[in-house]
Design a protein. Sequence first.
Length: 255
Amino acid sequence: MTIRDDHVLATDLATEAGEKLLALREKQGFADPSTLRKEGDASAHVFLMDALARLRPGDSVLSEEATREERLDPRRLKAERVWIVDPLDGTREFAEEGRGDWAVHVALWENGRLSAGAVALPAQGRTLSTLEPPVLPAVRPEARPRIAVSRTRPPEFVQNLARLAGADLVPIGSAGAKISAVLTGEVEAYVHAGGQYEWDSAAPVAVALAAGAHASRIDGSPLTYNQGDPSLPDILVSLPGLAPTLLAGIRDLHR
């Protein structure tokens, strides 16, 4: 097993899970969104768990779709290698015809750091990964910065931050799609403070850090994974040059 193998594995698993989800979408159609969401979550989870059990039998796994007992397994907290996966990030968008802002996340937390990760964006036909990290887009010096926010519940905190920073808000679906949008130039930042879990951000943060983007809690502290409580309530991912401005604005709002 080499480091490169983990990058390849994360990329391949996220991509293949995404292809299976596209096939399910095509087969089932969109007449029954609730059933489509449930089958998408379950089938992608089973695929990833089976693949990791076969290919990395000594590693632990933390999945959004795991049972409560599986998430609380104390062996995970002592493991040197833990795969953190979100089999279907953005189930709402997955079950809406024509939407491409949903993702599959596969990340590896190894010895206290994110060592590999991949975010498949199946409906967009691409996978971003640490195997070949994306090249960050150039800064647009004369343009207003754009901040990705939830398309259904943009928090008031981020709206206030946008006014303070002179930024525009861009609604996007899943967390993985939002962070990917920073890396592909659709927005310059993603700020969230409304509650999340480790699987919502581990894979896209792994890719963002490998690409040289800024990724932290909104107070600037590091993002830490494989904790006993998998909640990770806030996050800031941005192009590196914009991070100081956003962190200063966040501090001003919390005074």
